[in-house]
Write a new protein. Structure first.
Length: 219
């Protein structure tokens, strides 16, 4: 029983299914998403790209603020609500990050992180078709966060659809610089990078003891 209790939980028990979904997503990315993102990056001037990215980041701020409050971080939640109001008005719909210049930094919180702060286990690693790396808990959190994003209220529907399309193009364009960093087994690289990043975010950037550092490297 003691051995069973100490046994590490496999974060990726659905690896066969996940690899299949990853292969599908990778082909979709190779044939469509990456070429579109490269074309967008080449044709869209840098300042306009930053403005579009800022606007989409701003639309995600209400969810960030709400999750701050749900995690008991009221000060940070008020700061993010203020960011949204300032950037939506003075920042012209979020095109300009005026709030940052006023001393209100950007944060990164979502309902998946909130669930884990509440003690919910992350669950198995899970590749979402058409989307990418996640866990069962994070996937559920995405659905909750989607209801707080103002994009869902855009009318008419074809404008909303076009906005979502631009959002995913912008998101993929931001990741173009990451492509050259991937080496070895791409599936394992991206899985481990995702899980480590989520742990980092849940701990609010507080890094645990690094297993690669020992007395041999001490001064």
């Amino acid at each position: 029983m003691a051995l069973a209790a100490n046994k590490e939980v496999d974060p990726d028990p659905w690896v066969t299914m996940n690899r299949g979904i990853y292969s599908f997503n990778d082909r979709l990315d190779t044939w469509i998403l990456r070429p579109v993102a490269k074309g967008y990056d080449k044709l869209m001037p840098g300042p306009l790209q930053r403005g579009v990215s800022n606007a989409f980041d701003n639309l995600g701020t209400p969810a960030i603020a709400l999750n701050q409050v749900l995690q008991g971080k009221l000060k940070e939640g008020l700061s993010d609500f203020a960011r949204f109001l300032i950037n939506s008005s003075i920042g012209i719909g979020g095109l300009f990050d005026v709030a940052y210049r006023m001393g209100l930094p950007e944060h990164d919180e979502d309902f998946g992180q909130t669930l884990k702060v509440w003690g919910v286990a992350p669950g198995p690693y899970f590749i979402i078709p058409f989307r990418g790396p996640s866990t069962v808990t994070d996937a559920g959190g995405m659905l909750v966060d989607a209801f707080t994003n103002p994009m869902r209220f855009i009318r008419p529907i074809h404008v909303r659809s076009a906005t979502y399309g631009l959002y995913f193009v912008d998101l993929r364009t931001r990741l173009l610089g990451v492509d050259a960093m991937i080496f070895g087994d791409e599936y394992l690289f991206l899985r481990d990078a995702y899980l480590q990043q989520r742990t980092y975010l849940i701990n609010d950037g507080e890094i645990e003891d690094d297993p690669f550092l020992d007395d041999d490297f001490a001064d």
